[in-house]
Design a protein around this ligand. Sequence first.
Ligand SMILES: [Zn+2]
Length: 220
Amino acid sequence: MSHRRRPEKNTEPSTAKIRIKPSDACPVCARPSTFCFCGKTTVIENNLSVVILEHPQEKFKLLNSSVLATEILRNCTVKPGLSWRNLKAATGSDLNPSQWAILYLKGTASESAVTLRNRSKQVITDFSGIKGIIALNGTWQQAKTLWWRNPWFLKLNTIELNPDHVSMRNQVRKEGLSTIEAVGFALSVMESEPSIMAGIADQYRRFIIEPSKEYVPSEE
Ligand SMILES: [Zn+2]
């Protein structure tokens, strides 16, 4: 999912919707096989569990970053799907919903880099009770669908992001972070470890953003 303040027009063409032909893709990392990143990534140790719930239509998007996130982050899994019965079905975790936080797509204006709220919308300044983060991967509309189909999301804490930089993606809307950037930003702040964001940003640029500029779909 993307984290956006409010819709803003960007006159440049967006690359966000370009799809990779499945026949061109590496079966493991789902990147164009000429830009396969398998075995080339550097692993980052993160303490918080990360689960990316991915709308099924996202897999072959050229800028999809979820597989890269699972490659880079020691503690990260991606689950394609539309609905899960509950937190345990989605994450495999026995933890209480109050120990999980979901990245929330509609940030409110805030001074803090990360605003954590409990299910009653109260701000929590101590992040230590949080053990896992759920991120939604999909368009704005797809993320809305996931919220609607998974009412148990409402039991989770929410995380709103106020990033200090814009995304590397050429987005329809400015300030929309990719899933991997949003996860990296949240982890960096919540674990007080800026190197997480730096390591993710570097690899996101090298393995997704730069190669994507050169992708030409093969002939049938
Ligand atoms: Zn690969």
